[in-house]
Design a protein around this ligand. Structure first.
Ligand SMILES: *Cc1c(COP(=O)(O)O)cnc(C)c1O
Length: 401
């Protein structure tokens, strides 16, 4: 919330906060949020400069760590996640890196769910290991496995729920309790749900990480990331950004700010389209299984129903006939975009085993439920009938090759 916000905003509903939080009135009295594309900011006097530099007074200094447009995005996102403060970063991976370099040190141990984003695995396995931070990967859904893998040096539990692409669901509240028993922080990558559908901080998580590149922008225009949490956990990350520099640009922050205004409507439309597509796919004869947490027979359905406000836009389904069938299906589609991205108004389709999860060994892919016949669709905002017609092109190509 800004100094201009009345008390009413703190009590306002999520759609109101998405449109109204993080705005400052400027001398120009413009209505849309302004983009401050300035690398540095002027001081009134030498005394003012000294006070702002030392942190004695707050105010804009240099856009690596203080930019009004970026702050507007941070305040709006914090209001939606119910966090005290947010910090924006250049990408989702920059947010996770900033989290780790700020809150971990050599000798610390991390517990991470096995099904996280590929680059997150790379960050823990390759980069952080060089600096003496060890990591164990555990099953997202088995609390006992997390407890068994913990050590006296475990300082961070990191997870992504729903998982990509099969929608496995972690019990955030139970893992928050475990992490606090261990004296560790729980960080949740909230990319798939966004705060419109899931607020991990309200379930006990300490930090939320975002790839703002996905649903927060929602139209595939820019890269960005963010961390949200208590002031005491975010302030050191702001200091990290100041000295290390993985900052979000003012332009990208402006795109994200405007993206948040329609987030709730978009997430409901993504979820609605995904639910109806998942149900329809279940009835198609070449489909052996559909993985979507909105389906009653999905193992995570009840838990997702309790801790989420909707089931999200990403689903996966399995075709008999393995990779050959999956590739034939994908190559016959015309509307869906063949790209690894998600969280876009445009529906995207991808074959995880040969792309996003291609670096995993066959055993690791089996453990993650990524078989050769699996296709992921990140359902967009087009008319459902047109997405179904595109899938019908795929089915026709399998049935009469
Ligand atoms: C895309 C993604 C990331 C990484 O975000 P970038 O903005 O691409 O750096 C992290 N986590 C999840 C779940 C993602 O989908």
């Amino acid at each position: 919330m800004t100094q201009d916000d009345g008390k009413w905003l703190e009590q306002a509903g999520p759609r109101t906060r998405a449109v109204r939080a993080g705005i400052r009135r400027t001398a120009e009295a413009e209505h849309a949020e302004p983009i401050f594309t300035s690398s540095s900011f002027l001081f009134e006097t030498a005394e003012d400069a000294a006070a702002k530099f030392s942190g004695e007074t707050t105010g804009n200094v240099y856009s690596r760590y203080t930019n009004p447009t970026v702050r507007g995005f941070e305040e709006r996102l914090a209001a939606l996640e119910h966090g005290e403060r947010a910090v924006a970063t250049a990408s989702g991976m920059a947010a996770i890196l900033a989290l780790c370099l700020t809150h971990l040190k050599a000798g610390d141990h991390v517990l991470c769910s096995r099904d996280v984003f590929g680059a997150t695995v790379g960050l823990f396995e390759n980069t952080l290991k060089k600096f003496g931070v060890s990591v164990s990967f555990v099953s997202l859904t088995e609390i006992g496995a997390w407890r068994d893998a913990a050590t006296s040096n475990t300082r961070l539990l990191f997870l992504e729920t729903p998982s990509n692409p099969i929608n496995a669901i972690a019990d955030i509240a139970a893992l928050a309790e475990l992490s606090h028993d261990l004296g560790a922080l729980l960080a949740v990558d909230n990319c798939f749900c966004s705060p419109a559908l899931q607020m991990p901080l309200l379930l006990g998580a300490d930090l939320v990480t975002h790839s703002a590149t996905k649903y927060l922008d929602g139209q595939g225009r820019v890269l960005g990331g963010a961390l949200v949490g208590r002031e005491e956990l975010i302030a050191p990350v702001v200091a990290f950004n100041r000295s290390c520099g993985p900052t979000m640009s003012a332009f990208n922050a402006w795109v994200m700010l405007k993206g948040l205004e329609t987030l709730d409507l978009r997430m409901r439309a993504h979820s609605d389209n995904a639910q109806r597509l998942a149900e329809w796919l279940t009835d198609q004869s070449p489909v052996e299984a559909v993985h979507y947490c909105g389906l009653p027979d999905h193992p995570g359905h009840a838990l997702a129903g309790r801790q989420q406000q909707g089931f999200g836009g990403v689903l996966a389904f399995e075709l008999a006939g393995g990779r050959e069938a999956a590739w034939r299906f994908i190559n016959a589609t015309e509307l869906m975009s063949l790209t690894a991205n998600l969280g876009d108004a445009k529906t995207t389709i991808v074959h995880p085993a040969s792309t996003t999860h291609g670096r995993l060994s066959a055993d690791q892919r089996d453990a993650a439920g990524i078989c050769e016949g699996l296709i992921r669709i990140a359902v967009g905002l087009e008319d459902l009938e047109d997405i179904q017609a595109d899938c019908d092109r795929g089915f026709a190509a399998i049935l009469s090759p």
